[in-house]
Design a protein. Structure first.
Length: 166
């Protein structure tokens, strides 16, 4: 049980430095306080070899998680006159969106029809049916490496076809 008191002693003696570090990352001292406290709550039952480095790493990871979460939330909210309002997506896509999607699907299908049969099958099973390469290899009775090559080659050919038409 020597690791837990060692971690607590490290946390208490370096709390100021940890707060400063978290504050630099978050840009806000109150958020830094929350972050350091959350880091301690997550770590207090662990026994790391290097407690201080471990605490710094946990703080950094928590800060990155919070930033990612903030970006996702910013995408969900619209700011109107400085106030955050939840964005409401339309239940039905607009006519332009639907038309663009249909045209793109037609282009994809035309590209697929231009590929060899085995490549077509491999891409359809992989991209549309969501099967893993191992499953496709079993269905098509070929090696996983060969299936991977078919999918990669077919996807590249489709990319090139899209690039040439744009």
């Amino acid at each position: 049980m020597g690791g837990k008191p060692e971690l607590l002693a490290c946390y208490l003696s370096n709390r100021g430095q940890l707060l400063h570090y978290a504050g630099r990352i978050m840009g806000d001292t109150s958020l830094a306080e929350d972050l350091v406290q959350e880091a301690w709550l997550r770590c207090h039952g662990t026994h790391p070899d290097n407690p201080l480095n471990f605490l710094y790493r946990v703080i950094r990871n928590l800060a990155l998680d919070r930033r990612r979460r903030a970006v996702r939330e910013d995408q969900r909210f619209v700011r109107i006159e400085g106030r955050a309002m939840e964005a409401i997506a339309a239940d039905v896509p607009g006519l332009e969106t639907e038309l663009a999607a249909r045209l793109e699907l037609e282009r994809v299908m035309a590209c697929l029809r231009g590929l060899p049969d085995m490549t077509q099958q491999a891409i359809i099973l992989y991209r549309f049916d969501g099967l893993k390469l191992r499953e496709i290899a079993r269905i098509l009775d070929m090696s996983i490496t060969r299936v991977h090559g078919l999918v990669a080659d077919g996807m590249e050919r489709c990319r090139q076809a899209f690039d040439s038409t744009e």
